[in-house]
Design a protein around this ligand. Structure first.
Ligand code: 4NP
Length: 158
């Protein structure tokens, strides 16, 4: 099972989601591959935002080795599940899908805890540190559900 986390810049939200899910998978002995990408290329090659690195570290997770990259069409072939943070990520990713099967792989990450609501993980980039702690908590809860689903029946029907 391969899972991709997607946000806009791939420096704040999706690197945290990647780090959190990988950490949970390792702790629970679940075999998955996790990666992240941004719909925009502004930050390609950069490390995660310092505030994301700090909040991850506070929770015992090191995301400093990650580097930003842009989402590409080939990610639809590579990954089984693609989790987006908000509606603009959703629209941007869906616009690159070349079949209904590819489009079906895309899901709002918060739908893991609030099914069908399509709620956003707010972009913390222009806010303070509180925003990052809040984002961490939402992603942590969502990733817990992803791991539970993968363990029980895969991501089908999520
Ligand atoms: P992210 O946050 O999508 O969670 O990585 C952002 C990072 C950078 C920008 C926007 C959002 N930016 O406009 O540079």
């Amino acid at each position: 099972m391969k899972i991709l986390m997607v946000c806009l810049g791939n420096i704040c939200r999706s690197p945290l989601a990647e780090g959190i899910l990988r950490d949970k998978a390792r702790k629970m002995g679940v075999e998955i591959t996790v990666d992240s990408a941004g719909t925009a290329a502004y930050h390609t090659g950069e490390r995660p935002d310092r505030r994301s690195q700090e909040v991850a570290k506070k929770h015992g997770i090191d995301i400093s080795s990650q580097r930003a990259r842009q989402f590409t069409r080939s990610d639809f072939e590579e990954f089984d599940g693609i989790f987006v943070m908000d509606s603009s990520n959703y629209d941007n990713v869906i616009s690159l899908a070349s079949s209904p099967e590819e489009a079906k792989k895309v899901e709002y990450i918060l739908n893991m805890i609030y099914p069908g609501k399509d709620l956003p993980i707010p972009d913390p980039y222009y806010g303070g540190n509180d925003g990052f702690e809040n984002v961490f908590k939402m992603l942590d809860d969502s990733c817990e559900k992803i791991i539970e689903k993968v363990k029980s029946n895969g991501l089908e029907g999520s």
